[in-house]
Design a protein around this ligand. Structure first.
Ligand code: DON
Length: 477
């Protein structure tokens, strides 16, 4: 039985199939021979589960979508400084094959237009150990084969399966790609091109000819959504900072002269190719792959653009959709009168005191993943309640992941040592506060009005909070 998500994708498919505008790319003659009626949408969610409809296992050439991947590989293997010295990150607002360089630096404006992409590819061609470049075609062949093997290995790692090159498409573009050769020679004439123009174009055309399916594109997208780790294989392909940078450049430059319209309406970092594919990413959540060969005037798949638009609108995927995160971090706030008293034996005097003053214990139950905006609201809430509270009981048992900044903020909050500051009891069964999933350390309390205890048990937390409240009353006489 198809899942409700697949039924939903099927509705998107029927919304896109009637579209027959646009034309298959034919400036690379071999591309003109594809079946123009094909269509596929794939979605890969955070744990690597794949949903798809249509021709989702049909292979087509990756074309310009390769630019995002090779840029990531160049950043990983050559480092940000070297890459930045050769390629900018500014949108050009021009077509993909425009000869577009920054007038001052003479660098290609970004890695998503051909000039920048060919430069990124050139950065992956390594001279031999003496720094010598080959001079003959025979000498170049093994150097290019080695560089392409590492490109293919990287693409395959991101897709989670072994990919291969379409030789016919490669030969067809090599026979007709004068413009790309012109771009590479022009860059060389500026004195900033890192390899031989012919070699770089050859390698670039190979990478553009790698065969993928819409499922592959969605897995690749999910790898970037997941901070550089392929969620299906668990393999880290790039670090989180590189993933973030690639997504940033895809956002501003990935859809060429249609980038502004794309960000406004679809709102997802994306990259298209003239093979008919589009890869889109919702950071932290999912990867999308769509495929349909007929293209609009920008070189983007007509049905692919429609499918992304429908997905974004109907599933609320626009990356600037305002999250309710900060409001939902605090699940509830109440005082100690709503807690069942601890089962501990207490003296009559203590029990009477606790009955009269339980409201001085304040419980904050937090939930979900904690990020800055959510924890900031916790900090403010705590500060507002400070005067009416002797002991805060913070319950983290419904919290998932805590990012670094949230952890630092929470720890700083617990360590606040102001006169008369409240004591703290933290319920943290999964060790999210330590950040290592480690079991919490044994409860401890430091005399002097600044008690902090961490425990894995809610019942024990109540007992500690009561004891803290009694201790504080004792000390203040
Ligand atoms: O360089 C070219 O012209 C092709 N190999 C790739 C162009 C492309 O996919 C542009 N994207 N929409």
């Amino acid at each position: 039985m198809t899942s409700v998500v697949e039924q939903y994708l099927a509705r998107i498919e029927s919304g896109c199939l009637p579209l027959d505008a646009g034309a298959v790319a034919d400036y690379i003659p071999e591309l003109a021979s594809v079946d123009a009626t094909t269509f596929a949408v794939s979605l890969v969610v955070h744990d690597g589960h794949v949903y798809s409809v249509g021709d989702s296992t049909l292979e087509f050439t990756i074309q310009s979508i390769s630019k995002a991947l090779t840029y990531a590989l160049a950043l990983r293997d050559r480092g940000v400084e070297v890459v930045d010295a050769h390629i900018g990150v500014e949108p050009s607002g021009e077509a993909f094959n425009e000869i577009s360089v920054d007038h001052r630096t003479r660098r290609p404006r970004n890695p998503m237009i051909n000039a920048g992409a060919i430069t990124a590819t050139a950065l992956l061609i390594r001279p031999d150990k003496d720094g010598q470049q080959p001079t003959t075609r025979e000498e170049w062949a093994p150097v290019l084969d080695t560089a392409f093997a590492s490109i293919l290995e990287f693409y395959s790692g991101c897709a989670g399966r072994q990919l291969s090159m379409d030789r016919a498409v490669y030969a067809s573009e090599m026979a007709t790609g004068s413009r790309n050769r012109a771009i590479a020679y022009m860059l060389q004439s500026f004195g900033v091109f890192p390899s031989h123009p012919q070699a770089a174009v050859d390698l670039y055309v190979r990478q553009c000819s790698v065969r993928v399916t819409s499922d592959d594109l969605a897995v690749i997208g999910s790898t970037f959504a997941n901070g550089g780790v392929n969620p299906r294989t668990g393999r880290r392909m790039v670090d989180g900072q590189i993933a973030r940078r690639v997504l940033s450049v895809m956002t501003t430059c990935g859809m060429y002269d249609g980038a502004g319209d794309w960000v406004t309406t679809v709102g997802l970092p994306a990259k298209s190719g003239v093979g008919g594919g589009i890869l889109a990413v919702l950071p932290g959540q999912l990867g999308i792959g769509v495929f349909s060969p007929r293209l609009d005037e920008h070189g983007n798949s007509v049905r692919g653009v429609r499918a992304c638009r429908l997905l974004s609108e109907d599933l609320g995927l626009h990356m600037f959709t305002v999250a309710r995160e900060s409001r939902v971090t605090i699940r509830s706030v109440y005082d100690g009168r709503e807690l069942d008293p601890a089962a501990t034996e207490r003296s009559v005097r203590d029990a009477t005191f606790l009955r009269a003053h339980r409201e001085r214990i304040r419980v904050l139950e937090l939930q979900g993943d904690l990020t800055f905006s959510g924890v900031e609201s916790v900090v403010r809430r705590v500060e507002a309640l400070q005067n009416r509270t002797d002991v805060f009981l913070i319950d983290l048992s419904r919290v998932g992941v805590v990012d670094d900044v949230s952890r630092r903020l929470l720890v700083a909050l617990l360590r606040t040592r102001r006169d008369g500051a409240a004591g703290w009891v933290v319920v943290d069964p999964d060790g999210v506060l330590s950040g290592h999933g480690a079991p919490p350390r044994a409860p401890d309390s430091t005399p002097g009005g600044d008690d902090v205890a961490v425990t894995s048990s809610s019942a024990e937390a109540v007992e500690i909070a009561e004891t803290m409240l009694l201790g504080r009353a004792e000390r203040s006489g």
